[in-house]
Design a protein around this ligand. Structure first.
Ligand SMILES: [Zn+2]
Length: 298
């Protein structure tokens, strides 16, 4: 992990889970997300301390473990404040909601692992879209829902946009064809929103700085449209959620463990909800099974 400069006082720590850094003139700093785990958080503290920096604030883009997994350690050891959206805060403070959302009830033990559930930490400030003063400097918060509920992005005074997982780096799209999303309708709106902003400096947690934002947005949108069409093609006959899930796991050759199974299952549910919202499918219970059908148009 290395501290890399982006522009002005905006930096990032590179690696599989990039962490955004903004350095204030008093040598305190803001982190955008806190890494995957306590061990990553320890490395962050060691590295920033060696630079003479003190962590004062964490801004969490969303409540997935690879974004808030270092919160508890950092808050305990650095007494830093945590800022997050209302919805992200609910999960950061009550991490059981994350796997419970995947399982739709108190989750299986395998879903309560460290890979899917962070230690709880305390959110000190709720972020809403618009200007946000941190250490007397004005940052901008953007609503970017879709990949998760209540995901936000943060722009530093240098014009660097830290966008979390609101879109996926092209490399990630190639490696992981089936990326987690909870709200497809909102995700498409978020991609449109980012396209309209045309920010010059965008950092994504997985993959780092984006070279070609327009191209990256197009590939993200194309992936959603492709999966939408693949699901629709299955629904000329009525199929259950689990049958659609099985078909997609086989089609994409996803050798899923229990955690991945429920992540993909949740994403399929998000697509079904989107298609229903678009009036492209309908559903009804048949012999005790919820079945989804494509609505035929002339
Ligand atoms: Zn995420």
């Amino acid at each position: 992990m290395q501290l890399k400069h982006i522009a002005g006082n905006s930096y990032f720590l590179d690696g599989a889970n990039c962490v955004g850094i903004y350095i204030f003139s008093d040598q305190t700093c803001l982190l955008v997300d806190s890494g995957f785990s306590e061990s990553q958080a320890k490395k962050i503290v060691t590295l920033l301390t060696a630079e003479g920096l003190q962590i004062k604030t964490i801004f969490n883009t969303h409540a997935h473990v690879d974004h808030c997994g270092g919160n508890e350690y950092l808050q305990t050891h650095c007494q830093c404040d945590i800022i997050a959206s209302q919805m992200a805060a609910a999960i950061i403070e009550n991490p059981i909601f994350g796997p419970a959302m995947l399982f739709t009830a108190y989750p299986l033990k395998v879903l309560r692992s460290r890979a899917l559930m962070a230690q709880p930490s305390k959110v000190n400030r709720i972020a809403s879209p618009g200007p946000l003063l941190i250490n007397n400097l004005e940052f901008q918060v953007y609503d970017l829902p879709g990949h998760s509920l209540g995901q936000t992005g943060l722009m530093t005074p240098d014009g660097v946009a830290f966008l979390g997982d609101s879109l996926m780096h092209e490399q990630m799209l190639m490696e992981y064809p089936f990326l987690y999303m909870v709200d497809i309708t909102r995700q498409l709106e978020t991609l449109d929103f980012i396209r309209r902003q045309n920010w010059p400096l965008v950092l994504l947690t997985h993959g780092g700085l984006v070279n070609d934002l327009g191209g990256c947005l197009e590939k993200n949108q194309a992936r959603i449209i492709k999966i939408t069409e693949e699901i629709l093609a299955l629904l000329d006959i009525g199929r259950s959620h689990e049958e659609i899930l099985a078909a997609m796991l086989i089609k994409y050759d996803l050798n899923a463990n229990s955690g991945q199974y429920y992540l993909v299952s949740s994403t399929i549910a998000a697509f079904l909800s989107h298609l229903s919202q678009q009036k492209m499918i309908r559903n009804r219970v048949e012999d005790g099974v919820m079945k989804f059908y494509r609505i035929k148009r002339e």
